[in-house]
Write a protein that binds this ligand. Structure first.
Ligand code: BGC
Length: 397
């Protein structure tokens, strides 16, 4: 079914009023037994919807494909509100899928790589899998050394998100998830929402919000693994990165911030001028060793609270370029170090170490345990809000 999104252009032809599902494809889909027999397209939003599989409780999981007027396509599933594929053009207009992923739902459920996932309630690590809030200690699932990573064992990335297609000029999806008080150890009933909008200028806007009925903590991000040469097309070491930052939050051996702030000048972490990701990745540096490569939070240079350019990456061969804008104070740059080539990716391709990079816009890791970091607390009556934009352009460099 993922391959189907490469075949753009089949639009619903019936001029029916309002939101009408048009049966598009019945052929060729029943042969594998796994693939859905139908794909529908909304007359109003242009969004295609197909069945991607089922949750253990029988809930049907879908794949939604958003297309803009340039032919850029983004497929998103309601399992973990995940980005499954992004087709972006190179400098000659040739499309490639620039994110790692799987062809089927069971693999998304089985492998803990967080491919494309919306990560929460707390993206990144919480040290010792515990934090104190209002004098009370909260214990979280331990799933990464002694720490809690990416919201626990069954975080937002493994939940079903209720999805609504939003009518309008630009294709958009609204996805919501209700997380019960105490889920994965976190306090407060939480209503979480994300809106994905595919803009005309090849930007994918991700707008997150959340509310709670008890004091809690929150840190949401998207965990797409980008390879601007196309997923499965070698490693990203030649791809060039610039990060709008001059400081990182160094970590201990278990990848928990020490609480110190470190200048990047003169270190392999300095991406203040565009530099190939692989240029210094194997240098003898303790912080690189702890992450087996880049796996660190950058403190973004910011002018204010609005949406600002945080990072830019490009692939010199194809000319595909990604710009990341965010309202967040930090970005985790992860160079795919823990990918080991053993899991079956799209089309049977396997993804080796450093075959993708992640630019996870977020608050700093372990903030609930560091009073000197920007707060991640959310109180009743407040609304958490973060916006991140992944914009695809091309460069002649
Ligand atoms: C973390 C990595 C981790 C990866 C997959 C990243 O956000 O920083 O250490 O291996 O997610 O879980």
């Amino acid at each position: 079914m993922i391959n189907n999104i490469r075949e753009s252009g089949t639009k619903g032809l019936l001029g029916l009023v309002g939101l009408i599902a048009v049966l598009l494809a019945v052929t060729g889909a029943c042969t594998s037994g796994k693939q859905p027999a139908t794909e529908t397209q909304s007359q109003e939003t242009g969004i295609k919807r197909s069945v991607f599989g089922k949750m253990p409780d029988g809930q049907e999981v879908h794949l939604y494909t958003l297309t803009n007027s340039n032919g850029m396509q983004v497929a998103i599933t309601d399992f973990g509100a995940r980005i499954v594929s992004i087709l972006a053009p190179d400098r000659n207009g040739k499309m490639a899928d620039v994110v790692l992923g799987f062809d089927n739902l069971p693999d998304y459920m089985k492998y803990n790589t967080y491919f494309g996932a919306l990560v929460g309630r707390y993206a990144n690590r919480i040290g010792g899998a515990k934090f104190t809030l209002d004098g009370k200690v909260y214990h979280l699932p331990v799933n990464n050394g002694p720490n809690s990573l990416h919201g626990g064992i069954k975080g937002f990335d493994k939940r079903f998100w209720t999805t609504t297609e939003i009518p309008g000029e630009k294709p958009a999806l609204e996805m919501t998830y209700f997380s019960k008080d105490g889920e994965e150890g976190y306090p407060g009933n939480m209503h979480a929402k994300v809106v994905y909008t595919l803009m005309k200028d090849n930007a994918l806007k991700i707008d997150y919000s959340a509310t709670t009925d008890k004091d809690t903590v929150i840190n949401l991000t998207n965990h797409s693994y980008f390879n601007l040469a196309g997923e499965g097309n070698g490693n990203i070491l030649k791809q060039v990165l610039w990060i709008n930052s001059d400081e990182i939050t160094p970590v201990d051996a278990t990848q928990i911030p020490t609480g110190k702030i470190m200048k990047v000048d003169g270190t392999p972490f300095d991406f203040q001028t565009p530099t190939a990701i692989g240029a210094r990745i194997n240098e003898d540096n303790q912080q690189l060793k702890f992450g087996k490569g880049y796996d660190i939070n950058y403190i973004l240079n910011r002018k204010g609270p609005g949406l600002e350019l945080a990072a830019r990456a490009y692939d010199p061969d194809s000319g595909r370029e990604l710009e990341v804008y965010t309202t967040e104070p930090g970005i985790q740059f992860y160079s795919g170090n823990f990918l080991d080539g053993t899991i079956p990716g799209k089309g049977g391709k396997t993804y080796g170490p450093r075959s993708a990079f992640c630019l996870e816009t977020q608050h700093y890791p372990d903030s609930p345990n560091h009073a000197n970091f920007p707060t991640t607390e959310l109180k009743p009556g407040e609304t958490f809000h973060q916006v991140t934009v992944f914009k695809f352009t091309t460069t002649s460099k």
